[in-house]
Write a protein that binds this ligand. Structure first.
Ligand code: 9D3
Length: 236
């Protein structure tokens, strides 16, 4: 997969994409990631990427020009068709199933804004899929784009080592993790549950399944009954 990220802060994002599992996936040729600075596509003396809204009101609006030019350049340099993604609080809420859809694409172009909004003609002209990562206010789309890239890359075949499988993770099986312990057997008066030291693997599996179910019912009942949940009913 190829992922392009359009941002005013490539220097903030690049170190993240050069770390950990994403770095390993890039080195293995599973994904190529390229950050492009929108500022490089400005045409005026001040290198503007935003401007005041027609009709007045607070804040600044991302202009069409630099963004359209940047996308045209990217798609000319590599004609592989791309799914365009606009990171915005107005988007559909990102989740593991959207990540799976995106992971099946050949190419993604993520667009990060840093303003109150985008000129509406960006939506009309570029037809992006709009994604939010949740109901809280970030300063811009960069953190959201990093979350999306991280989630998608770990789903790509070959991105994780053999020891881990994305299939085994929470949200794939839609239950939370069971409690885990490592050495020492007792820490500040808190012992490791006896069953985990018993060597009885059937009993251990049973305990873990029960713990995971209880914990999920307690903390995330929406995962067990998605239809009734607030998180999943489409309201915003
Ligand atoms: C009406 C006032 N604000 C909407 C909540 C305007 C606004 C604030 C902050 C518009 C954009 C932003 C910057 N946020 C993002 O670009 C963003 C975001 C987010 O803030 N939360 C969750 N997901 C995302 S994706 C992009």
């Amino acid at each position: 997969m190829r992922i392009d990220v359009l941002t005013l802060f490539p220097g903030v994002m690049e170190p993240f994409f050069a770390s950990s599992i994403i770095a390993r996936a890039r080195a293995a040729g599973v994904v190529s990631i390229c950050c492009t600075n929108l500022r490089d596509f400005t045409t005026d003396r001040h290198r503007s990427v935003d401007d005041r809204p027609f009709g007045g009101g607070p804040g600044m609006v991302m202009m069409c020009g630099p963004l359209f030019d940047a996308i045209e350049r990217l798609e000319k340099d590599d004609p592989t068709p791309a799914v365009r993604i606009l990171l915005t609080p107005q988007g559909e809420r990102f989740n593991q199933s959207i990540a799976r859809e995106l992971a099946s694409e050949k190419r993604l172009i993520l667009i990060c804004g840093h303003y109150e909004g985008f000129d509406e003609r960006i939506r009309v002209g570029l037809k992006p899929r709009e994604i939010s990562i949740g109901d809280y206010v970030l300063s811009g789309g960069e953190v959201a784009a990093m979350a999306v890239v991280d989630t998608v890359v770990r789903l790509l075949p070959g991105a994780l080592g053999d020891e881990t499988s994305a299939e085994h993770e929470s949200f794939s099986g839609s239950v939370l993790e069971y409690p885990q312990y490592t050495r020492p057997r007792e820490f500040r008066g808190m012992p490791v549950p006896e069953v985990l030291l018993s060597g009885d693997h059937a009993k251990i599996a049973e305990w873990r399944a029960e713990q995971a179910t209880n914990r999920t019912a307690e903390r995330r009942p929406d995962l067990l009954a998605p239809a009734e949940s607030k998180e999943d009913d489409g309201r915003r």
